[in-house]
Design a protein around this ligand. Structure first.
Ligand SMILES: NC(=O)c1ccc[n+]([C@@H]2O[C@H](COP(=O)([O-])OP(=O)(O)OC[C@H]3O[C@@H](n4cnc5c(N)ncnc54)[C@H](OP(=O)(O)O)[C@@H]3O)[C@@H](O)[C@H]2O)c1
Length: 436
């Protein structure tokens, strides 16, 4: 029997304990597939006295996670603490600096520091793997790095945040408004006590930046992701979308285009979108994630499954460990860091899209005429316009509109023309439409 792969785990929360449980449960199967045993030798977390449901006495305990990286009996460090910076980052650097392979589930750290860590790993010929950082149990990092490697990808997009998808699909099912549904999601454990990271689209933006780098061979550029969250989506929007043949999903999307300088530019956006009911992403419900990759030879590929949770995330972490046990190193972002293209952010204004607009207006004559005049003056062509009932006195009326396909900049211009109008009682909601 070959020597075991000796593993140190930093972070014994949801994912860390899942990894220990999985390695214990599937021990023989893992040995067969990895070609040698996967053996946890040391662990670290903040509180050594916390009951974690598994006997941890077989493993050495380090109070300081950084010390895992210095142990001579460790081949690979698994970072499962979380957070973009220290202590996770310090541990990652120390592990690679001390000649250890590194596995992490930490999307924030990879989105912010992935290039530097990959450069460090490549310089030493060490594996750096982060399958669990994107879409939990779905093997989409491997899918893009290996499965679609023969293709030029046209677009990568999908549902990358389970909390938002849970909330939007729960609103769809119950008709309840955002705040009520968020509170229920928090009660059930689908949303954090501080949900900002998820509902503002930051978490999906981290994952999108990672997928875009791998899929397009681009230098990772989290700062250029334009993210809009779901907090302004109302029950009325979901009902209106339904009547028009759509559902609402938070869609993360990246694609590449030639700029006026002839060079590739990268557009990365996270936005709530109307998705046609016959699109595969429309039937993704609850906390499920799904990623679509469109290759020039593969055609459209759909990866779907649990985007978080103990079992699925541990499954992705241990898949990385099996690769390392098999000596599969590979460039973390598919091509070596020095070969990743610097792609400036693309300007979306000239993009063609069809849009759903929802206006909240005062209930008085002339309002509709004012809105449609702004659309006409900005060159926006209206496909349908729906005014929802009359409000109680002093209340507000919702006006929903779907535009024909046109330049995004025209819609932006129309909204500029309406800016400051006394007819509008709130900022309009703009949701792009995804039909195919
Ligand atoms: N949960 C998921 O479904 C999921 C899915 C995909 C990716 N991820 C990623 O996986 C990572 C871990 O997530 P998780 O849900 O397992 O987190 P978690 O349940 O909050 O666990 C975090 C662990 O890190 C330990 N820790 C925190 N600060 C520390 C410090 N300064 N020094 C040493 N240990 C420290 C904690 O110790 P104590 O237990 O002693 O407090 C805890 O064991 C994150 O990067 C997350 O984004 C999670």
């Amino acid at each position: 029997m070959a020597d075991p792969l000796r593993i140190a785990i930093a972070g014994l929360g949801t994912v860390g304990m899942g990894v220990i449980r999985l390695i214990d449960t599937n021990r023989d199967l893992l040995t067969a597939r990895a070609g040698r045993p996967l053996q946890v030798v040391a662990v670290s977390a903040r509180d050594p006295s916390r009951a974690r449901g598994i006997d941890l006495s077989p493993y050495a305990w380090e109070h300081d996670p950084g010390r895992l990286a210095a142990r001579s009996d460790v081949d690979v460090v698994v970072e499962l603490i979380g957070g973009a910076d220290d202590p996770a980052l310090a541990l990652a650097r120390a592990a690679l600096g001390n000649g250890k392979a590194l596995v992490t589930a930490n999307k924030a750290m990879i989105a912010h520091h992935g290039l530097a860590l990959a450069a460090q790993a490549e310089a030493s010929g060490l594996p750096l793997k982060f399958e669990a950082a994107v879409a939990g149990g779905i093997p989409v990092v491997k899918g893009l790095r290996e499965g679609t490697a023969a293709n030029e990808l046209q677009r990568i997009y999908g549902i990358l945040n389970g909390t938002c998808n849970y909330i939007l699909t729960a609103m769809e099912a119950s008709g309840a408004d955002f705040e009520t549904t968020l509170a229920e999601a928090q009660r059930l454990g689908y949303a954090e006590t501080d949900p900002a990271f998820d509902i503002e689209g930051t978490d999906a933006a981290h994952k999108l930046a990672i997928l875009a780098a791998i899929g397009f061979g681009a230098r990772i550029d989290f700062d250029s992701v334009r993210a809009t969250g779901i907090a302004r989506v109302r029950a009325a929007d979901i009902a209106q979308a339904d009547a028009l043949g759509f559902v609402i999903r938070l869609i993360a999307m990246a694609d590449v285009e030639r700029g006026s300088d002839g060079k590739p530019h990268l557009l990365q956006r996270v936005r709530p979108c109307l998705v046609a009911k016959n699109h595969p992403l429309a039937s993704v419900h609850g906390a499920t994630n799904a990623v679509v990759a469109e290759g020039n030879f593969s055609g459209r590929l759909l990866f779907q499954g649990a985007g978080a949770g103990q079992g699925p995330t541990a499954s992705a972490v241990v898949a990385d460990l099996i690769d390392i046990a098999r000596d599969e190193v590979g460039a973390p972002f598919s091509v070596p860091v020095t070969g990743l293209a610097p792609m400036p952010p693309a300007e979306p204004g000239h993009r063609m899209e069809s849009t759903y607009l929802r206006f909240t207006v005062a209930d008085r004559p002339g309002v509709l005429a004012e809105i449609t005049a702004a659309m006409r003056d900005a060159g926006v062509s209206i496909e349908s316009l729906i005014q929802k009932g009359r409000a109680e006195e002093g209340g507000e009326v919702l006006v929903a509109m779907v535009t024909h396909e046109g330049r995004e900049s025209c819609v932006t211009h129309a909204l500029e023309l309406l800016d400051g109008s006394e007819s509008l009682t709130a900022r309009p909601l703009v949701l792009p439409i995804l039909r195919d």
